[in-house]
Design a binder for this molecule. Sequence first.
Ligand SMILES: [Zn+2]
Length: 277
Amino acid sequence: MSRQENLYIHIYTGVRTEGMTYINPEESFETGQALLDFIYADLSEISLKEDDIAAGMVSIGQIHPYFSHISAEARRLFVDNCMNATYEGSYCIDGLIVLQKRFAGYLEAFVSDGLTEKTIETIGKYRLYSLSQYTMLDGVPMVDHFLMGFEDCLYLELMEIIRCQTLIKICKNCGRMFLPRKSNIDYCHRIFTEDGKTCQDVGYTQTFARTVKNDELLQAYTRAYKAHYARMSKPRKRAGNLSREDFEKWYQEAKDKLGLARSGALDAAEFKEWLKK
Ligand SMILES: [Zn+2]
């Protein structure tokens, strides 16, 4: 076997079902998961040392299922390339960083714009060489793709995401793409704060705080509305009665100010103070 052939891999995808299977049927991944994990992997954390090749090979295996399924020689080649100052190819960490950016761009184009002409032009630049055939895997019809290397593997997953219309959203807290469990989920599960809070924890707390604040503003507004309405409809002898015109004028202004306060354009305390007048 040449060193190049060491990099080939089989991946199975469903004919009518979703999911990516690497060589071994037990190891199946949700479509999109391995690609997203790779795009956002912190490759600077992988340290390769001459005196601990074995540890280096283990950490390479954790980058993506591809690297845990290729042969030990192929992983070794990767580690060697990374430590070889004269190596200029892409089968090394620097090459992977280039791929992270490229595939983040492909996927963002699809997630943000859908399959527009521009998206197709962007992702259509790549040419996938794959020997594919139908096969039965544990009684399930699958497509067996025989791919030449890692980049093909990433591209196949991108094509599967598009084929299966896999729902991918952009996290409203960290801006990274993720696979939501349900379509109404807006935040990812990645750890976001130093004390271990996820984007979902952070996002939920913020939404909750905003809702409470808006409720307070609405309550203050409602109280003031009732008081002003009473001054108009139940004329008393005392000063402080409101004509219908004055009430209407107040009502319009109060409504506008409520909107401004809710959006944050008007200070909440200032708004409440105005309502008391
Ligand atoms: Zn997030």
